[in-house]
Write a protein that binds this ligand. Structure first.
Ligand SMILES: C[S@@+](CC[C@H](N)C(=O)[O-])C[C@H]1O[C@@H](n2cnc3c(N)ncnc32)[C@H](O)[C@@H]1O
Length: 219
């Protein structure tokens, strides 16, 4: 049985069905899934991981930027689909976590491909100037809205901006579901979704998958 959040954004039986046929992982990704479970590290949910793989396989990116590396799971996952010579830059502000990610990335043989920057993404992003094919936001949810302009600036035309947890256990969609201490995050996530929808540079869809994911393409 799948363990469910108190307020899942889709019916539990749907989540169970979506996960049923996802092939089990092996090697380093399986090790990281087990580690995340044991140590309570919030890596992407299985169906969100599947979406990242599909989008990465479609794009065959040369450059990926990730905000929120944790132990390196999603960075390693996406790196499998890089174009020849492609790279992932991933940001993680917690020094110990960044160190664990670097060790995992080395174990995966990807130390020349994935660069972990141990710093606050809010400070790093404005300083970046490379163009990215995929930007994956999975760090500070309350700051997605403040990162949007830079993300659009950093995305190539046709590039994808993917943001996880935008429905935030359903709280984003309905005031009755909001836990009081989460209200600031929820309000900012609502602004983030609306802003993406309204920006002429983007075409955006909100997917009720995992904890809610937006996928936007720069047009
Ligand atoms: C949900 S986890 C990332 C999971 C990872 N993407 C995966 O699926 O394998 C979010 C991570 O973002 C980091 N984080 C939070 N705020 C940050 C910030 N302002 N700058 C950089 N990293 C941040 C946290 O320390 C945490 O490790």
């Amino acid at each position: 049985m799948v363990e469910y959040e108190k307020d899942p954004i889709v019916y539990p039986y749907i989540t169970e069905y979506l996960r049923k046929d996802i092939p089990p992982r092996s090697g380093i990704l399986k090790e990281l899934e087990d580690y995340a479970k044991e140590h309570g590290v919030p890596i992407v949910q299985p169906e969100t991981a599947q979406l990242l793989e599909v989008l990465s396989a479609i794009k065959r990116p040369k450059r990926i930027l990730e905000v929120g590396c944790a132990i390196g799971y999603s960075a390693i996952l996406m790196a499998q689909y890089l174009d020849v010579g492609g790279t992932v830059t991933t940001l993680e502000w917690d020094a110990d976590t960044a160190q664990i990610a670097r060790e995992n990335i080395k174990k995966a043989g990807l130390e020349d491909t994935i660069n972990v920057i141990n710093n606050d993404a809010k400070e790093v992003i404005p300083t970046l100037s490379a163009e990215y094919d995929i930007i994956f936001l999975d760090g500070p949810k309350a700051h997605y809205i403040y990162m949007l302009n830079d993300c659009i600036r950093l995305l190539k035309k046709g590039g994808l901006l993917i943001a996880d947890n935008v429905l935030y256990k359903g709280m984003t969609a309905d005031d009755n579901h909001v836990i009081r201490r989460k209200i600031t995050i929820v309000k900012r996530l609502r602004r983030f979704i609306s802003a993406q929808m309204q920006r002429n540079e983007l075409k955006t869809v909100v997917l009720p998958l995992g904890d809610g994911v937006t996928v936007a393409v720069k047009v």
